[in-house]
Write a protein that binds this ligand. Structure first.
Ligand code: LLP
Length: 431
């Protein structure tokens, strides 16, 4: 193994709050090396301050216009994370009955939740109606009918908005792009006015708004603004037909810095949106949004220990105790996450493929990384606050990691590491 003739200067993602102090990586005022000693590895660690700052960027752009930020909890649905956003005044974008139950368990009110998703079941619709959901974002005519009939059967009125598909290319990974006409999401722009007219004829519905969401990890402002103008066009067309709305929900999707991306700031995006809303004379509509990744992605790291250093003739492998089951994004989307040493060694680095111990070639976390690391060292996989723990599985019978929330110098264990017994909870042997 020939060391690389370069120094290993770790790059820390912008907006992550990560910094080195006394030779060790810190999040807020907490040493990440100490946390691994105390809670073991792999370990997810989140900064409350980074989350609140990310939220502030939204409210700064939106205020003083009437608005609501619905945190898209699929990004990270751990109870204490939801609690941070609920206490900060957020509502929630939910996509299942389970998410509604989790949000309420964390202290959210159902009326502050919007229910998105293309396939809401009868049980989920009934659960949301009984709880008093804030709004259903409806994605098809069949679903409109379904919600209308359930609302009438239960003697309720369902607040609804239609999710329209503006047919705008968000320029992101095909698996996380949702606003194209080939995607399963939403009602096409061309059919939207007719769908609203149809909704007016159905009982048990109260039309309150319009919704769109074009994709995730968007790093350019243009697709957002294109989609926004197309939604505003529809609001105009609806007003002309006598259908007036109270809110316009422009979804989530704002990207973060994983690998040097420079997405527009939430403040700029929403300030511009408010200006356009006024310029088009639509200012009586409240603005809603559904951000996930941009509120939590860079607030979290996944800490993991090197189990084995394995040089081979063609490649060097760093085998960690974290794997695709803990952080599936690289395996699923070839996603890039910065990987940095928690306590840099100051040695010349080597080129490594950073992988997990799961029995799949796709189980990798970073390819061709320059790192100086030895067995037992702790690495931080950055930008792991969004779609990390919420997508984690127990594949290979690996108990899921623990989670810690830090704020200032305080440390809270917010999820215990799963134990082996957790792995077969609810299962039955046949007798
Ligand atoms: N609203 C709706 C209707 C959504 O479908 C999503 C995300 C969001 C809001 C929040 O989007 P965000 O602000 O987080 O971009 N697992 C993938 C991301 C899937 C996103 C799905 N929908 C990943 O790890 O990249």
């Amino acid at each position: 193994m020939t060391p690389l003739a370069m120094t290993d200067t770790p790059r820390l993602p912008v907006g992550s709050g990560l910094h080195y102090a006394h030779g060790t990586l810190h999040l807020e005022q907490v040493s990440l090396a100490e946390l691994v000693k105390r809670f073991g590895s792999p370990l997810f660690v989140y900064s409350k301050q980074v989350m609140l700052d990310a939220l502030h960027a939204y409210t700064q752009g939106l205020s003083p216009h009437p608005h609501r930020v619905h945190y898209a909890m699929k990004a990270n649905s751990s109870l204490a994370v939801l609690q941070v956003f609920a206490n900060a005044g957020c509502g929630f974008d939910i996509v299942s009955g389970g998410e509604l139950a989790r949000a309420m368990q964390a202290g959210a009110r159902a009326q502050d939740c919007v229910f998105s998703g293309v396939g809401k079941t009868t049980a989920e619709i009934d659960q949301a109606l009984a709880a008093g959901i804030g709004c259903f974002n409806v994605e098809s005519l069949s679903e409109l009918q379904h919600i209308s009939s359930r609302a009438q059967a239960l003697g309720k009125v369902a607040p609804i908005s239609l999710r329209v598909n503006p047919d705008v290319d968000a320029g992101t990974h095909p698996y996380i792009s949702t606003g194209l006409r080939d995607n399963k999401f939403g009602i096409s722009h061309a059919d939207a006015v007719a769908a609203y007219r149809y909704a007016c004829e159905l009982g048990g519905l109260h039309i309150t708004g319009i919704d769109c969401h074009i994709g995730s990890q968007i790093t350019q402002a243009t697709p957002f603004f294109d989609a926004m103008e197309r939604v505003f066009d529809l609001v105009d067309a609806l007003t002309q037909q006598g259908i007036t709305l109270q809110h316009i929900d422009l979804g989530g999707g704002l990207g973060i810095d994983y690998q040097g991306e420079q997405p527009p700031s939430a403040t700029h995006l929403w300030q511009t949106t408010v200006q356009r809303l006024h310029a088009r004379g639509l200012q009586r509509h409240a603005l809603w949004c559904e951000p996930g990744r941009s509120l939590v992605g860079n607030a979290g790291v996944c800490l993991s220990q090197v189990v084995v250093c394995k040089p081979t003739a063609h490649k060097n492998f760093l085998i960690l105790d974290a794997a695709m089951n803990d952080l599936p994004r690289p395996a699923m989307y070839q996603a890039y996450h910065e990987i940095v040493p928690v306590t840099p060694r100051g040695e010349p680095p080597l080129l490594w493929d950073v992988v997990g111990p799961v029995c799949e070639t796709g189980d990798w976390l970073g390819r061709a990384r320059t790192l100086a690391a030895h067995e037992g060292d702790v690495l931080a996989i950055c930008s792991a606050g969004a779609y990390g723990m919420s997508m984690a599985s127990q594949y290979n019978a690996r108990p899921r990691a623990a989670e810690v929330l830090v704020h200032g110098d305080t440390v809270h264990l917010i999820r215990e590491r799963e134990r082996h017994e957790t792995l077969w909870q609810g299962e039955h042997l046949v007798t």
